[in-house]
Write a protein that binds this ligand. Structure first.
Ligand code: FAD
Length: 408
């Protein structure tokens, strides 16, 4: 198989044998997966081609989350990591990474919807929850019966949430009272539980709370007119005297340290997502370059166009290598904040370059939704920004190099 056998998505051979020589995986990094994991990825890819690819543009244009996909995706066993309470869904870090890649390759909004639920919300319960909370919630979340969201960012605090959280939690008798506001919270318009991070007025430490949909005083309003990841429903949340029992507090969270631990894990998932988003654009651009004719020949026969495609594949290949090593470190439980931050920043920067080149290759059709690149091009901006902007992740690595925090 030659590299130019990367054909249009519609005509791809999705047999298990063909997937094992995926031409985008130029150096065969998938071989680090077990054959059982590769077979499960094949099932996922088949599902995504049949159920997500045909509707992705439509949901993106309508700015609506295809939430009906949450349970069918759960049935493929892709949610959750190696949490002891959900042993039936025990997934390796590498497998989870490739899952994010496959989801984002087809639709980054679906990847984000699934990632917020499975990565951010489930990890919050796994890292911060009591044994009872974990045993009760994680299996239901892994099966998609309970959908989660993760409320950290606030209107006045994005990059500086570690010290900037203004939402308060006040002890009141046996329970707690929450007041404040959150912004950009994915899935919050329909989630069954939203993890709310709030500052305890008594000790000023950040604590986590599970707020169920319908709790009096909790309101989630969809953010309209978004131009990136349009099929992710992000919400502005207000919390006005929201009363919760102590059983709604994530029992093992003591401070922002637990939030940082969760983000360390999910940042590397977002690196895989950025990679997948770029690959989706690249595959569409290869197909286009092989079929679009100008000056009497297909544009893929021109050296300048080939050069752009080679640049894209090189960026993608370097990103797969970095993501693979990051997942291996994660699996060994030795991944550092700096390594996770570098992976997210670097891969999303490369993705930005890839989608821009792909958009260029498609000429005018590159800004039109029907040709497979415009959606990825727009979605790249949100991926570049969330889970720590490029600047924030750079500063995390800079602090690691010098020992000097340069955030303020
Ligand atoms: P700001 O923090 O205001 O930053 C603005 C600019 O200033 C950026 O370029 C930033 O890099 C730069 N900057 C800030 N401080 C410094 C500094 N010290 N040095 C140099 N440059 C600096 N949050 C959640 O909690 N849950 C979610 O589910 C969620 N989903 C999201 C989905 C989408 C589509 C988007 C766009 C965001 C989502 N977020 C979510 C929020 C996201 O994590 C924040 O947008 C991000 O952390 C940046 O915060 P901000 O937008 O407030 O930007």
């Amino acid at each position: 198989m030659t590299i130019t056998d990367t054909a249009a998505l519609g005509s791809r051979d999705t047999s298990a044998a063909a997937l094992e020589v995926d031409p985008v995986d130029f150096y065969g990094f998938r071989e680090f997966l077990t054959s059982a994991e590769r077979a499960r990825l094949h099932d996922l890819r088949t599902f995504l081609a049949a159920e997500v690819a045909p509707i992705a543009d439509e949901f993106w244009e309508r700015a609506e989350s295809p939430r009906h996909l949450i349970r069918p995706l759960a049935s493929l066993g892709i949610y959750g990591a190696g949490f002891p309470d959900v042993a039936e869904f025990e997934n390796s870090s590498l497998f989870r990474g490739w899952v994010s890649y496959e989801l984002a390759r087809v639709d980054s909004s679906v990847a984000t919807m699934a990632g917020v639920h499975s990565g951010l919300a489930m990890s919050s319960v796994a890292v911060g929850g009591s044994n009872e909370q974990r045993a009760d919630l994680l299996p239901k979340m892994a099966r998609g019966e309970i959908v989660g969201a993760f409320g950290l960012t606030e209107p006045l605090s994005g990059s500086d949430t570690a010290r900037g959280i203004r939402t308060t939690a006040r002890r009141d008798g046996d329970g707690w009272v929450l007041n404040g506001a959150k912004r950009w919270i994915g899935n919050a318009t329909f989630a069954d539980i939203v993890v709310i991070w709030a500052r305890d007025v008594a000790d000023s430490n950040v604590k986590g709370f599970l707020v169920s949909r319908g709790t009096p005083g909790f309101t989630a309003t969809k953010i309209e007119r978004k131009q990136s990841l349009r099929a992710v429903e992000n919400a502005d949340i207000t919390l006005v005297d929201v009363r919760l029992p102590d059983s709604a507090r994530l029992a093992r969270v003591r401070s922002f340290r637990e939030v940082a631990l969760i983000l360390r894990q999910t940042r590397s998932d977002v690196a895989w997502q950025a990679l997948g988003n770029g690959v989706g654009a690249y595959e569409a651009a290869v197909a286009y370059a092989r079929s679009r004719e100008q000056f009497g020949r297909v544009i893929g026969s021109y050296q300048l166009v080939q050069s752009k495609l080679v640049t894209c594949l090189t960026e993608i290949t370097a990103s797969i290598a970095l993501c693979t090593r990051t997942a291996q470190l994660q699996e060994a439980d030795t991944l550092t904040d700096e390594q996770s931050a570098m992976a997210k920043a670097t891969v999303s920067e490369r993705m930005r370059r890839v989608v821009a080149l792909c958009r260029e290759i498609l000429g005018g059709n590159g800004i039109q939704l029907d040709y497979g690149v415009a959606r990825r091009f727009a979605d790249a901006e949100a991926i570049y920004t969330y889970e720590g902007t490029h600047d924030m992740n750079t500063l995390i690595v800079g602090r690691g190099i010098t020992g000097i925090p340069a955030f303020a």
